[in-house]
Design a protein around this ligand. Sequence first.
Ligand code: SAM
Length: 287
Amino acid sequence: MKNTFWSEKVQSTELLYYSRAEKFNDENKNLWFKYLKIKNGMKILEVGCGGGLFTNMIKRYYPDCEVYGIDIDDNHIEFAKKKCKDLNLDVKYSVADINNLPFEDEMFDLVFSHTVVEHLPFDNFIKEQKRVLKTGGRILIMRVDMIKKNDKPFMNLEEEIGEQFGKLEYNEREAVAKYLEDPDLTMQRLNEYNFKNIKLNFERIVYYSPDTQKNSKVAISQIERNYMTKLKNALFCLESAKNGVQIKEKLLNLLENQYNERLRLYKNKTKLYDFQSSNMIFISAEK
Ligand SMILES: C[S@@+](CC[C@H](N)C(=O)[O-])C[C@H]1O[C@@H](n2cnc3c(N)ncnc32)[C@H](O)[C@@H]1O
């Protein structure tokens, strides 16, 4: 039976893919590659790869690597396969559970994940990744540091929008981010699994800052893309929630007002220097 929990109840595949497009863009690539430490010829696996944006980026820059991606959600993998074909890239995708990876022992030089570790018990998360890693191979766990999230709010509207989202009631989403824990605990667990050379790094990635752009077309397209992503997210949440209908009009109006106001101020040359960013945690270790 098909598993489509994530794409139907949490974030649609498209939303996941395009909401990441700003974060994994070419301007930021060196930051990701600094931690991935890829060398040509490596065999690389991403677990919980969603629509495959990250694996595609790797394959574009390291065509000599064999790149694999697995995800439990059928819709994600169907999308990833199609996207990869459209881009003429050879990434090998399959639907699989992290608990049961369809690969031989010691097959990969690098196994990595982005915002997956917080969604399942650590033992389930790690066991199979360790098995498929070569001795001396690296694991890289990337996630957002939500505790220190400190995005600058965009005027009062941001708060009002947050309030509306807070009213939504969901079924079946309890498992999302249920296993979020401090990174030192994750490091202790890797130590218990006999990983070596365990390292922790923090980075802040800025991916929205219209007033710092020299080119006004780029700035305006950032503002537009930001609105589209927020709108898609809101529509998806409204549809998944039991009581979405009750706040739909209000929430969509707030988002539209926020977008119009932001654009008006930009065109009026009022500088806000507002930005969006992610505080990222990188935990790496060797088998
Ligand atoms: C927050 S999303 C991150 C997706 C992608 N890494 C990204 O950052 O865009 C979490 C992903 O983990 C996948 N996932 C959750 N549990 C899984 C499991 N047991 N096995 C494989 N994938 C899983 C979900 O389907 C979803 O695509």
